[in-house]
Design a protein around this ligand. Sequence first.
Ligand code: AMP
Length: 504
Amino acid sequence: MCGIVGIVGQSSVNQTIYDALTVLQHRGQDAAGIVTIDGNAFRLRKANGLVKDVFETKHMQRLQGNAGIGHVRYPTAGSSSASEAQPFYVNSPFGISLAHNGNLTNTVDLAQSLVEKRRHVNTTSDSEILLNLLADELQETRTLSLTADEVFDAVAKVHAQTRGAYAVAAMIIGQGLVAFRDPYGIRPLVLGKHETATGTEYMVASESVALDAVGFEVMRDVAPGEAIYISLAGELFTRQCAVNPSYAPCIFEFVYFARPDSAIDKISVYASRVNMGAKLGEKIKSEWFEHDIDVVIPIPETSCDIALEIARCMDLPYRQGFVKNRYIGRTFIMPGQQERKKSVRRKLNAIDTEFRGKNVLLVDDSIVRGTTSEQIIEMAREAGAKKVYFASAAPEIRFPNVYGIDMPTSNELIAHGRDADEIAELIGADGIIFQDLTDLVEAVKLENPDIKRFETSVFDGNYITGDVDQSYLDHVNQLRNDDAKANRLKDIGTNLELHNVCHP
Ligand code: AMP
């Protein structure tokens, strides 16, 4: 998963983009980048690391200009090397720089078509392919000054060729900012504005919280298939560019990824999580009606809102029995099972008094590999718990994600080919309960009944774009398994410092 930002402002945008990226940091901690348009030149800084580490004062001083885009990266199919940090850049036509959140599912075919067009793609990133496709379509216009319609025609042709998930922000030198969302709206994108004495500033971002944090007012979500064009003069244009757009946003944004203070497609992430708690609480009450649970304990942080609602619904005490070290990275992207196990213990610590002599219900948002839950159950027992039950706010994750979330290959998923009892035994729980998929969908839909469908492939194997078959999953498998990740990590270390890639 990644986070993107784009702004056409009335004054320098470097600090605003930086601030917005820090608020989107939860969407990717692997690399960060900002590009600004300074007169006739792009200023670019990107490198591996957290936003606060990638940008030093000297970089910020160089990122001059009133328009720019930013990106935080979480690696999925691509590599973790600094050369694949975003935004990407291509010098023709005009000079275009692009930031992408998502994953394309037909990259092999697209890469081949670009070779045939004599376009060079320098990395294994699907985002660089997307940039070249857009550039190739804009090249066709042959004009020196782009009209909004020319930009939209190019986006329409990009939609016609690409499959998969993409929310994109791209800057075109001398022209403006174009942002668009795939025809299913799988990845989120929101549009906002800020009135100043000299005119209106516009901003797009992956989550509304980024706009809130920098004082922009949310106007609306970008619709599936829609493109937004903001000229450097500050005029806003919009057009639907896809042939058959239809909403199917990724449900995992609500389960885990997005911040609770964001709203995606008019759905409050926080409210949807409270609903998940209510649904799961009802299920526990009806399926375990003679339970002996003494206390509900969340596995921080995403599940706290969910667990609180389960406790309320079951009339049980809620206690924060685990304390999280906030200054340690997420465990999921660490390749290798041993590393992941150690990392859980470094990240969480149990308060013994909350466990001793009690039957506890631990709540997490989801179980992916089962590493976290197994370790945490062990910690709960070491802290003196008598019985440890486990509740997951998401259903069993049985299929890999191909739309931009780093969900491991099928055989690394603990629920792949296993039922709840088998999972409970493997992670050492006295009992386990998963949310039903219909309840999860209902919990999210309650906040915006206009959205009839969500992208739920990790739970049901139904890939919304219709082009994902076993051979594609095998291909993803090869790119993503732990061995492949370990090899890619060897690649990290090259600290790319690209400044002033294009001089006036
Ligand atoms: P696991 O140990 O693999 O079962 O990890 C499950 C935990 O990782 C859950 O507590 C989630 O909060 C979190 N999680 C779920 N999906 C992801 C993801 N794609 N990236 C990082 N963390 C995740």
